[in-house]
Write a protein that binds this ligand. Structure first.
Ligand code: FMN
Length: 264
């Protein structure tokens, strides 16, 4: 997203709610990290989430302005470093998660208890959680909350193409696949015709630059917003048998809250 697009969303979110909200800055993914950081400060967004990069140099400036900082981590070492750098909370994400993952490929089940024992700040669990059962499991492992990704895509309110939502609801557990191992850039995506081609190119020895073009944000938008699975890709977490209630609920957000609260 461009800084202008991010700013428009911040303004719109403030117009719609007085409740706290966060802006995510995927540090090494966006070329606009510095501009977005300044927008967060200028608009006094209460919370910022830093992912996909080293958060340490960024944290003090947010802290100076009283902005709470969440850091997405994929290992105990990263969690400890984030805490030492002043993070208020870590989101520990296993590689079940949709989208960009750490090459460490640690699972949520093993990562959460280790991170929870290693840091004093609150730990939020992410990766493969889709309903109250997952929430309860995360609490049992030592987390104090959960961050959902894939499950939120399949809500009526999410601005994604209906074909994407339908694919999520209908997906079998073996339809998620990791791409990018050959170039050290792990990403969990849905197996689609576009992804089959990508896997083939990887086998033939795809260079990193070509992989990055193939998995660019533009290609992601084509898949996720236009529902084009031949020229674009979509993200999905591992294990997607959680969507039965989504079928019944017509993907409504309120019902998802109810299911999380009732079971969790
Ligand atoms: C469509 C989509 C886009 C995402 N974009 C980002 C992103 O820009 N930055 C980020 O830190 N995480 C991103 N994520 C990851 C989620 O924030 C979340 O941590 C992850 O999806 C949790 O795992 P789950 O998909 O198993 O619920 C994205 C996930 C999805 C499904």
């Amino acid at each position: 997203m461009t800084p202008d697009e991010v700013e428009a969303l911040i303004v719109e979110t403030k117009r719609r709610t007085n409740r706290p909200f966060a802006v995510n800055i995927p540090l090494q993914v966006t070329p606009h990290a510095a501009e977005i950081a300044e927008l967060v400060i200028r608009h006094q967004v209460p919370v910022v989430s830093l992912s996909a990069g080293n958060p340490a140099p960024w944290i003090p400036r947010f802290a100076e302005h009283g902005i709470k900082v969440l850091v997405v981590v994929a290992s105990v070492n990263q969690a400890q470093k984030a805490e030492a750098a002043g993070a208020d909370l870590v989101v520990a994400e296993g590689y079940e998660a949709a989208g960009i993952n750490s090459p460490l490929e640690l699972t949520t089940m093993t990562l959460i208890p280790q991170v929870a024992s290693a840091v004093r700040i609150p730990v939020v669990a992410a990766g493969g959680i889709g309903d109250g059962r997952g929430l309860l499991a995360a609490f049992a492992l030592g987390a104090q909350g959960v961050q959902l990704g894939t499950r939120l895509v399949a809500t009526k309110e999410a601005p994604f193409h209906d074909a994407y939502k339908r694919r999520l609801v209908e997906a079998k557990e073996n339809e998620t696949v990791i791409v990018g191992r050959s170039v050290g850039r792990i990403r969990r995506v849905m197996r689609t015709p576009y992804v089959e081609k990508l896997l083939e190119y990887e086998q033939q020895g795809m260079p990193l630059e070509q992989f990055q073009e193939y998995t660019s944000e533009d290609r992601h938008r084509r898949g996720a917003l236009l529902g084009d699975f031949h020229e674009g890709f979509i993200l999905i977490r591992r294990e997607d048998s959680h969507f039965n209630e989504a079928k019944r609920s017509k993907w409504e957000m309120n019902r998802l809250n109810y299911i999380l609260l009732k079971i969790g």
